[in-house]
Structures are given as C-alpha cells and as structure tokens.
Design a protein around this ligand. Structure first.
Ligand SMILES: Nc1ncnc2c1ncn2[C@@H]1O[C@H](COP(=O)(O)OP(=O)(O)OP(=O)(O)O)[C@@H](O)[C@H]1O
Ligand SMILES: [Mg+2]
Length: 360
C-alpha cells in the first residue's frame, strides 16, 4: 500500500493539439479511495494509463510511495488495473486468468488456490472459474477483470469504468461490494467514472476534470454543496442545479431582468455579489420551496410543468427564458397554471462570476 502523488502531470498526444491532461496535481493518501469524474474526453483514462505506465508522460511526475515511477516498467509499479478493454487471455479458464500473474510472481500453488477462491467469493464469480473468457457476458468479464486486478494485492488499484457493462441492479450491488472490499483491504484506489452517483457513493474524495484540467478535489459533500465553479455545479446533481444570469437592483435584490423574479439577499450574499454588474445565480432543485401562500421574501411565479416521479415531484416555474426546477415532496400537489410562491434557503444559494464561472 502506498500514497500516490501526481505533480503537474501533462499529456499531449500530438504536438500542436490541446493537452489531454494539463498540469494535473493530486496527492492521494495511503488507502484513500478517489474518483476521477468528468465528461467524456476530459482525460480520465489518459491519467490512469499514465499512472499504470501504459502511456508516456509528456511532463510532470508520478510518485508511488516516495518513489518516482515515470521510468519504472508497468509490471514493477505495484499497480493493479481493471480497464474496460484490458483483455483476458482467451485460451485460459477464468481460474487460470486469475492465477497467471500470481504464479508469474512466484506465489506458491496452495496460496494461489486460496486467493482465487477468496477473490471469486468476493466478486461473485465462483460459478465462472472453469469457463473461458469467450463464454462470459461483458458484465461477467468486467468482474473477472476486477478480480484479476485485486488478486495481487497491489499498492495502487486503478479501475476504469469497471461497472459500465453491468445492469442497474448489479451495478448498485457491485458498488456496495467494492466499497466493502476497500474497507477491508484498503488499497489506494482510483476509480474513473462519469457517473456522479457512483463517485459520490464510493469515494473519499472526488477529483472533477474538465478539458484535461482539475476543477476541484474534495469530499463528495463539499464538491456537491460548495462547487468551485459553474462547471462542477452543473455536472453534479440530477436534476441539475438551476443556474442563470442575474443582476442586482437598487434594493439589493437579485433580479432576472424582464421578469418578476426578484429575490432579497442576505448581507453575506450581497457582499459576495459586490459592485459587479451581473453574476450567475445557482440553486439546487432541493433548495427551492414551493408554496401557495406568500411569505417574507418569497418570489411569485406560475407553475408550467409538473413531473410526478413517485418518490418526489419536479415542478418547473418559468421566468422568461428560464425554467426554474424545484424538487418537492409528492404530498405537495400543484398543477400547471397554479400560482405559487417560491422561497429559497440562503445557505443553499450559489453565486458564480459571470465571465470565469468561478464561485464567488
Ligand atoms: N491514443 C490517443 N491519441 C490521440 N489522442 C487521444 C488518444 N487517447 C485519447 N486521446 C484524446 O485525449 C483526450 C482525453 O481522452 P481520454 O480517453 O483520457 O478521456 P476520458 O475522460 O477517459 O473519456 P471517456 O469518458 O469517454 O472514456 C480526448 O480528447 C481524446 O480524444
Ligand atoms: Mg475513458
């Protein structure tokens, strides 16, 4: 087991093209579980492949423990990999695919058997041990891949979308299994995913990437509740955070110009807004309360859409071009056309710079 440090890690595949990963610095503690989260093409797999030694580094440094491993052969880095396209050996049974690397590293026959049985139980692949890879479904292959990565008890475990081929139920079940395995074995782990729920559920800390650049690296709750910028705010949460442009009127109220959206701000938010001409306002659907009665500081509106989802209801209220979504209890019933009053908990409000998108 070991800590993993990335220092200004950069990857440019072709000179003259934008960096796939740019100046990425992360300090991952021994035994920590990190999620790399971001949209397709943001550089997640490239980062893992560099750590594994499967991709050259353009500049920057990778340390496992205290040792720089930039020049270390992949086999000698103490890294276990489960990548989507990391093929199993077709002629070998699952059992032998799992045992292969252990035997190559001189682990004794009895110990190999013990570890294969143990990992097969953990990952629910006991029934597959005597099959060849061709006979496995993609979800089964993914679990065998993960078993193969873990069986060597690596210092660092790298998982690239390890659950992407599983059906929804098995995915949740495996998520729980991975979390339990990590609690017991404490491999330093990086999981790559573009599924924010997976990242939130599994990781001690989440690194959010966009266009190869780190946006925020913090605990799931901090990333969710205090997003560093508009990108992170919009990437996490379903339905997404409502984010729209506002100005401030002479009475220190937020205004959506040309609509009847006017919201008094508390002192702290007024100070953050400062003297700028405009900003972006962000509020999660759960931070909006919908009521039929007026109260101090409430914002009037008219319901334009209602989605009954069974466990919660989404209500959309239109202000000009903006459809502000609220997530409310199913017991609150509104209809399209209902006149409502919206109230906002000021602690749930976010302000972002109109140009840079940075949190104010
Ligand atoms: N071998 C390669 N040669 C050239 N460009 C590449 C190569 N591999 C990846 N890229 C580019 O680098 C960028 C980052 O790709 P990467 O595969 O790391 O993204 P990702 O975050 O893993 O995306 P996804 O969620 O789709 O797997 C993309 O713009 C991609 O086109
Ligand atoms: Mg990828």
């Amino acid at each position: 087991m070991a800590e993993l440090t990335l220092r200004n890690l950069t990857k440019i595949y072709n000179p003259g093209t934008p960096a796939a990963v740019e100046q990425l610095s992360l300090e991952i503690r021994d035994g920590e579980f990190i999620a790399l989260l971001g949209p397709s093409g943001c550089g997640k797999s490239t980062t893992l492949r560099m750590v594994a030694g499967l991709e050259t580094v353009t500049s920057g440094e990778i340390l496992i423990g205290k040792k720089t491993v930039n020049q270390t052969h992949p086999k000698d880095r103490g890294v276990g990999l489960a990548f989507e396209n990391y093929a199993l050996y077709p002629p070998l049974r699952v059992r032998d695919n799992l045992a292969f690397n252990l035997k190559a590293h001189g682990v004794s026959g009895r110990e190999v058997e013990k570890r294969v049985a143990e990992i097969a139980k953990y990952l629910h692949i006991g029934d597959l041990l005597d099959l060849k890879p061709a006979a496995l479904s993609s979800g089964q292959k993914q679990r065998v891949n993960m078993a193969r990565a873990m069986i060597r008890r690596p210092a660092v475990l790298l998982l690239d979308e390890p659950l992407s081929h599983l059906d929804a139920r098995l995915r949740v079940q495996m998520r729980t299994e991975i979390k339990r395995l990590h609690a017991e074995q404490r491999f330093t782990t990086i999981i790559v995913t573009h599924d924010q729920l997976e990242a939130m559920a599994l990781a001690n800390r989440i690194a959010v990437l966009h266009d190869g650049r780190l946006q925020q690296f913090d605990t799931p709750l901090e990333v969710f509740n205090h997003p560093a910028n508009e990108f992170v705010a919009g990437f996490l949460g379903e339905p997404p955070m409502n984010i729209f442009e506002v100005t401030m009127d002479a009475g220190s109220r937020l205004v959506v110009p040309g609509t009847d959206f006017t919201l008094p701000l508390n002192d702290k938010l007024q100070r953050l807004f400062g003297s700028r001409a405009g900003a972006k306002f962000g509020v999660r659907p759960w931070g909006v309360k919908v009521s039929s009665t007026q109260s101090g500081g409430s914002v009037p509106g008219t319901v334009s859409v209602v989605e009954n989802l069974g466990d919660e209801t989404h209500v959309g209220v239109r202000y000009g071009e903006i459809l502000l979504m609220a997530s409310i209890p199913v017991t609150d019933r509104f209809k399209p056309g209902s006149k409502v009053q919206l109230t906002f908990n000021q602690d749930d409000l976010n302000l972002f710079d109109a140009t840079t998108g940075d949190r104010l």
